[in-house]
Design a protein around this ligand. Structure first.
Ligand code: ATP
Length: 320
């Protein structure tokens, strides 16, 4: 029987991680379980930074960004001796199950623990929305709103100076932040893995806008795809627009989670605890599909590839 449950947050921090942590702790306590938190992700796990918590620990955290139990990256977590140490420590603390709140990498770490016989459940929380086993991740909605707030402000100055602004957003391998922001902002261009750059098409459009005296343009670019400053130079040479670049960077991670992310955290966090209590011994990842809470065996979940939202690309092309 599961008596003691530990929780960690891992990978890039995402708004709503605290809300998910809160729900897991409260749901576990509701069912009479002993609840523990692990500071600094898998690093804290192998260092034994594990502490029992009560309901007081969850006060006033539902609206806080970041993660109060902190996050860290530990690349060597895949090494067998490090994994063995983690299992030994969990055994020493008599922890029966672990909940990991994070992204794909975090789930791979949980999968490795599950293969060693330790029961784990994963909750998807990452601003990139790049997890295959869920339609949406905790943190995506907040990051998207932050991007939109920044671009709204940028538009004011961009139009005052008749500029083309190139805005770099996060999303290493998944263009959801870029595509959703482009749609929400009516951006003139978006460049991401799902919507690659076609220079000729983009420059032609900007030249046409310039000729029509349109006073500004917004181009949204996913990080790590191209040199945004080089592209800005080309825009100036090819279109007549003055171009400026803005890298939103880690600003996108911060802030109080949206109501949407808090509710998502509540649904996924409570489902994670339910799974542990009703499916003893089965390691799983929880997620949302078509607005219903689902779960997948962990090994299956880590092999799933995130699918772009159906029809989004065509909609963006039609509206640009
Ligand atoms: P985000 O995408 O938001 O950064 P993430 O969970 O994908 O979140 P990663 O840095 O990829 O972030 O992974 C978090 C941690 O998970 C790593 O620091 C490492 O400790 C562990 N991890 C990642 N990949 C593996 C793996 N293949 N095997 C074991 N552990 C892993």
């Amino acid at each position: 029987m599961i008596r003691k449950i530990a929780i960690l947050t891992s990978g890039g921090d995402a708004p709503g991680m605290n809300a998910a942590l809160r729900v897991c702790i409260r749901a576990g306590l509701y069912y009479g379980k002993e609840m523990y938190v692990i500071y600094d992700g898998f690093r804290g796990l192998v260092e034994g930074d594990i502490h029992q918590v009560n309901k007081d620990f969850t006060q006033d955290i539902i609206n806080r960004g970041g993660t109060i139990i902190r996050s860290a990256r530990l690349p060597e977590f895949k090494e067998p001796e490090v994994l063995k140490k983690a299992v030994d420590i969990l055994t020493d603390f008599e922890i029966d199950a672990l909940i990991g709140i994070g992204g794909d990498g975090t789930f791979r770490g949980l999968n490795d623990l599950a293969k060693m016989g330790f029961t784990c459940v994963g909750i998807p929380a990452t601003i990139d929305n790049d997890v295959g086993s869920t339609d949406e991740t905790i943190g995506f909605s907040t990051a998207l709103n932050t991007i939109c707030e920044c671009i709204d402000k940028l538009k004011d100055t961009s139009s005052s100076h008749q500029r083309c602004s190139l805005v770099e957003v996060m999303g290493r391998h998944c263009g959801d932040l870029a595509m959703y922001a482009a749609l929400a902002e009516g951006a003139e261009g978006v460049i991401c893995v799902e919507h690659p750059l076609h220079e000729d098409k983009l420059f032609k459009k900007l030249r046409k806008m310039k000729a029509q005296n349109k006073n500004h343009a917004i181009i949204i670019v996913s990080e790590n795809l191209l040199d945004i400053n080089e592209l800005a130079k080309k825009v100036e040479e090819e279109t007549g627009f003055t171009a400026r670049t803005e890298v939103l960077g880690r600003l996108q991670r911060g802030g109080s989670p949206t109501a949407h992310d808090r509710i998502l955290a509540a649904r996924l966090g409570s489902a994670a605890v339910d799974l542990l209590l009703n499916n003893e011994g089965n390691s799983k990842i929880v997620g949302m599909k078509n607005n219903a809470v689902v779960n997948y065996p962990i090994e299956e979940a880590v092999a799933m590839k995130h699918q772009p939202t159906h029809g989004l690309r065509d909609l963006i092309d039609m509206l640009q």
